[in-house]
Ligand binder design. Sequence first.
Ligand SMILES: [Zn+2]
Length: 289
Amino acid sequence: MPELPEVEALSAFLAERLTGREIARVQPVAISALKTYDPPVTALEGRTVGGVSRHGKFLDVEAGGLHLVVHLARAGWLRWKDALPAEPPRPSPRNPLALRLRLAGEAGDGFDLTEAGTKKGLAVYVVADPAEVPGVARLGPDPLDPAFTAADFAALLHGERRRLKGVLRDQTVLAGVGNAYSDEVLHAARMSPFKLASSLTDEETARLYEALGTTLRDAVERSRGLAAGELKAEKKVGLRVHGRTGLPCPVCGDTVREVSFADSSLQYCPTCQTGGKPLADRRLSRLLK
Ligand SMILES: [Zn+2]
């Protein structure tokens, strides 16, 4: 799933290509992806893009007072095309295409929103104000907002009874951090994903705040200037523990371990994060019984 750094890079990539251009056609293909109907997507046609921005993991294309807000979810992606096919896209169960946006002009350039797999989560909204999108309205502060200070972060964790892993990826607490970057931030901070947020000392809170900013800024920096098609590979290369079960930790060489849940898993380094002790993996311990 694209998280803050990838969506930030996509937003910059699109801003360069869309700003000042007129939208010629918007063609929804997978109707289930469309979450609003008034105004219709076709209301974007003929409007000029004023800018592209990001709210957490949401992309926001503003055109003539309307906003096309997109959440790519787990398996959604954006594919830029210098020349889109002239024939209209045809819906089919096997077609990953969810929506096509074509710019005005002879080139026929624009983008496709696609979604692979069966768990459909890609969501598209057309609204006058991004805050009309419930997921956007609920977002917590953006960790890369210069106004988001260490004191703000400490206030978020104060009295928080959940474990760090769950808190960091909760969009209503912090906007934009998901499963991958929460693993990376905790590894950088040398903290167990199961540590209780309220148990952090002042020093640990400061260290986690620092790791949060550094990890995300580094990832944004690496993704900057990359084409939409290159972002997924770049994200993978930059990760130290997430998705690297069984591989050596690049910091200490210990083997990266995993804890599995019903629909996700987390990765961590025991030496760097849990005093060398592996965390209990319920799925694994059940299998061993
Ligand atoms: Zn390590």
